[in-house]
Design a protein around this ligand. Sequence first.
Ligand SMILES: Cc1ncc(COP(=O)(O)O)c(C=O)c1O
Length: 367
Amino acid sequence: MEIAVPDFIRAIAPYVPGKPIEELERELGLSRVVKLASNENPLGPSPMAVQAMQKAMVKLHRYPDGSAYYLTEALATHMQVAPECLVLGNGSDDVIAMAVRAFMRTGEKAVMPHPAFLMYDILVKTVGGISVPVPLQGMDLDLDGMVAAVEDETRMVFVTNPNNPTGRFIPLDRMVAFLDAIPSSVLVLLDEAYIEFVNDGDRYSGVSLLTTYPNLVVLRTFSKAYGLAGIRVGYGVMAKEVALWLHRVRQPFNVNLLAQAGALAALEDDGFLQETRKLVSDGIRWLSEQLEAMGLITHPSEANFFLVDVKREGKKVFEAMLAKGIIVRSMHGYGFPRCIRITAGLPEENRMLMDALREVLCEIPED
Ligand SMILES: Cc1ncc(COP(=O)(O)O)c(C=O)c1O
């Protein structure tokens, strides 16, 4: 007898993870594969975080602190909010999952940009929710289109700032106009996964808008600028009342013991964060100059990645680069068929990328 599976679960396309780098090296017979595809921190984790996690290892026979007391207190100070405004997760994905579980029922809707981070759509579908994709307008989110897409059944709206994959940053006046136009009964999930990389002098965080918009949830992560993607820590900042509902559906030990120790130390390592920011902005500037000198079009970005129009099918360029041991992201499924997305790496990795790309572009004619 077959196990009954709800139709809305059957409709979810399985997430296809990439191969481990070591396996790819073995398959390609290469001693070094360079991954510039997942917007990770090329510097690695903060040494202070590594040390803190090593120290915490001897306590691994204990359950983690279910309230993540010290990390929550430190984040509250860092963000200048009350600790009750924070909900921590096993990555920011986990916080989105909690919001979806707490506020959405089957048949209700979530408005989101398209293309966007894949997990928005997947998580909405896990509870039978309906994703309402609003295509980008060029490289920018179509905020007016997203407002227009809100209906009676809409429970949440996703906004990514800076946006992935385009790297564009929404100025404050446009963000405020957008939030004003969204009904206060609709939750706005403002995903700031890349906010630490923004160089725009007018940088702001949605956290400064929380007192005006109690339906706002700002999502942050330790996976990108803090270099801790592997231990999975993210968090949401929101009104205390909203946080209480998320805690109801939160798994009690969702942030593990090493993750709490690592994130706490990483938060204190400001030197590492500044080094990361400089490395990334220098890397993007250098790569953009090189790519433009080759006649390619690069799209300005406020994140740690950017899009390049390679003037031929991006998927082919991606595959040819992969064969040379350089992993970038094909934008084929994201509505930018002639683009690839590149994450800034170490100077040496960036040089290897450019060397491989020069060869690949000679092999694949422009179209
Ligand atoms: C826009 C965006 N939000 C969230 C995440 C995931 O963050 P986390 O690792 O905290 O789950 C990513 C990761 O790629 C992302 O691009």
